[in-house]
Design a protein around this ligand. Structure first.
Ligand SMILES: Cc1cc2nc3c(=O)[nH]c(=O)nc-3n(C[C@H](O)[C@H](O)[C@H](O)COP(=O)(O)OP(=O)(O)OC[C@H]3O[C@@H](n4cnc5c(N)ncnc54)[C@H](O)[C@@H]3O)c2cc1C
Length: 552
């Protein structure tokens, strides 16, 4: 059903311009075939049945290809591209990392379709690093049984992926790009999502209407005091979807990366795992190697390494990455991104140890979706880190998330396109996306969830107080809902979050972000309290054992 006014601003509205949103928008506009004007896509590209004329709005609070976590991705994209590798082996590693909660049907989709998406990127001009013979260089990362991680410009893989996809998007006239616009609330009509309430950078509010909305707003790890993810990742998409009535899943599963650079910066720079894959070692202040419970040592799953480092640092110790021998002199060539981050913080990794700390890095849970990215709410799709496809289970395998954005972003976009209502008999049925039509909120039949606090605090919001509350929230999550959890700490966290939520929040961008953050943070803590076991990234000091039967 379309909004009762009969007008829509676009057929499909994609929110977020990271790897998932860009992939969704491209597929919603017809896939790579639309770029060449080919009526039908090639066998390896996204299926693009559906109206040939569908219009797409791609909206981001930042700038295309430059915001969100995607451009920061370093290590690479995992895909079974080598003759000695297979989708089945990649799936096995993914399921093992997922600690009993990965959905094997979804994992099979990820690892089977992944190589096709990578080839599509190469076809669009992505330059992944190659060896002297011209073959793709495949790196080894923790918990992978094969070398299968492709990378670009050393450790600038995410930037290459988002730039290539952004260039493709800009070539398509059916996609209209809206930058510096904040998504605030999903609009629904008769139980179906029909658009979005938005706010422009000048502070004015408006609404965008569409037959299908795809949320690709990324993760939530900036809710933690120590994190590698950017400011934009405080769970807006999950909060909006929850308020509109969509189901969420696996919210307690937050992955902590063991090696963020322990420097004065927010977010903390990431020191990619690929460095350990290439031979760099974790050591204490005296240069002595760290003991790990797992025979894989420093290449054990991230949760195992992160917990060892958490315990060491809690006990007052310091942990460093020693890359002086390997990659040693090759560091600037092999890892130019990390090298320049080190230099920015006064560290020469060829000569000095890099101080490291665990930090929140990736959220496995999110808005529950099926294999086509459909949420439990009609009219709403979700893809990328904001979604819970079930592939990562309780723990994500390194370099599987860009891949998930590429595979399931494309699936969500294509599915939204297929789900569009049939063309009308009147006129030519074309609905060109209209950049100027950020309209005022729609007729009464279209509703957004109640926001009783909105408008109660007219005047300039107290941004310093909101920022202070956000920092308190982040500290609570880091201390009580972090690497190691227990019932007492989780209950304290929930009480503290509830106290912060008592404050009346202004109807401003920072006010809404804090409101979203509080809602999502509480859900993580409640889910973590309910899971009375340790599994994957979720470790309960009071329930250290993994139950025999995995329950969602
Ligand atoms: C430092 C770092 C290194 C990483 N390295 C790797 C790696 O090597 N390999 C790998 O697979 N993964 C890696 N990851 C994880 C991976 O980058 C992310 O999981 C993935 O990029 C998420 O993509 P996404 O499209 O879902 O979200 P994002 O890329 O985060 O994009 C979200 C988009 O939504 C927009 N948005 C959010 N909220 C709103 C709102 N309210 N209104 C409007 N717009 C909004 C943002 O501006 C952005 O455009 C890394 C992550 C980090 C932080």
């Amino acid at each position: 059903m379309t909004p009762s006014s009969g007008e829509v601003d676009a057929d499909i509205l994609v929110v977020g311009a990271g790897a998932a949103g860009l992939s969704a928008a491209l597929a919603a506009a017809g896939g790579v075939a639309a770029l060449s004007g080919t009526p039908e896509p090639s066998a390896s590209s996204v299926r693009s049945r559906g109206r040939p004329d569908s219009s797409v709005l791609l909206l981001t609070r930042g700038h295309l290809g430059r915001d969100g976590a995607s451009p920061l991705a370093q290590g690479g994209v995992a895909a079974a591209l080598d003759s000695g590798d297979s989708a089945e082996l990649h799936a096995l590693d993914t399921v093992l990392a997922g600690a009993g909660l990965s959905r094997e049907d979804r994992v099979a989709i990820l690892t089977t379709e992944g190589p096709g998406r990578v080839r599509e990127l190469i076809g669009l001009g992505a330059r992944f690093d190659r060896d002297a013979s011209g073959s793709l260089e495949l790196a080894m990362e923790g918990a992978h049984s094969r070398r299968r991680v492709i990378h670009a410009r050393g450790d600038r893989t995410g930037a290459e992926v988002t730039q290539v996809l952004s260039r493709a998007i800009r070539r398509l006239p059916s996609i209209t790009i809206l930058e510096e616009i904040e998504a605030e609330e999903l609009l629904t009509e008769g139980g179906r999502v029909c658009g979005l309430r938005v706010r422009r950078s000048d502070g004015s509010a408006g609404a965008l209407r569409a037959d299908a909305v795809v949320l690709a707003t990324g993760g939530l790890c900036h809710l933690y005091l120590r994190t590698t993810t950017p400011r934009s990742t405080t769970g807006d998409g999950i909060a909006m979807a929850m308020r509109a009535g969509a189901a969420v899943a696996d919210m307690e599963f937050v992955q902590f990366h063991p090696t963020a650079m322990a420097v004065d910066s927010d977010p903390l720079p990431l020191v990619t795992e690929a460095l350990r894959g290439e031979g760099a070692r974790l050591v204490d202040a005296s240069g002595r190697g760290i003991d790990f419970p797992d025979e894989s040592g420093e290449l054990s799953p991230r949760d195992v390494v992160a917990r060892v480092l958490w315990d060491l640092t809690r006990a007052g110790g310091e942990v460093f990455l020693d890359a002086r021998d390997t990659p040693g002199a090759d560091f600037p060539d092999r890892f130019p991104g990390v090298f320049s981050l080190c230099r920015r913080h006064g560290i020469d990794p060829r000569e000095s140890l890099i101080p490291v700390t665990p930090a929140a890095h990736y959220h496995m849970g999110g808005i529950e979706v099926d294999e086509e990215g459909r949420t439990t709410l009609p009219g709403l799709w979700a893809a990328g880190e904001v979604a819970s496809t079930g592939v990562h289970g309780a723990n994500r395998l390194a370099s599987n998330s860009l891949l998930e954005g590429l595979v399931f972003g494309a699936r969500a976009g294509a599915s939204a396109r297929r789900g569009l209502p049939a063309e009308t008999d009147e006129g030519d049925g074309r609905r060109p996306a209209n950049r100027d039509r950020v309209v005022s909120p729609g007729p009464d039949s279209i509703s957004a969830p109640d926001t009783p606090e909105a408008g109660r605090n007219p005047g300039k919001p107290d941004e310093a107080a909101l920022e202070a509350d956000m920092q308190s929230l982040r500290a609570i999550l880091w201390e009580r809902v972090g690497v190691v959890r227990d019932a007492g700490g989780l209950r304290e966290a929930i009480d503290a979050i509830d106290q912060l939520a008592e404050r009346t929040l202004p109807d401003s961008v920072p006010g809404r972000r804090l409101r979203n953050a509080l809602q999502v943070a509480r859900q993580i803590a409640v889910s973590a309290l309910a899971r009375e076991e340790s599994r994957g990234s979720h470790f309960r000091r009071d329930f250290p054992i993994t139950r025999t039967a995995a329950t969602p």
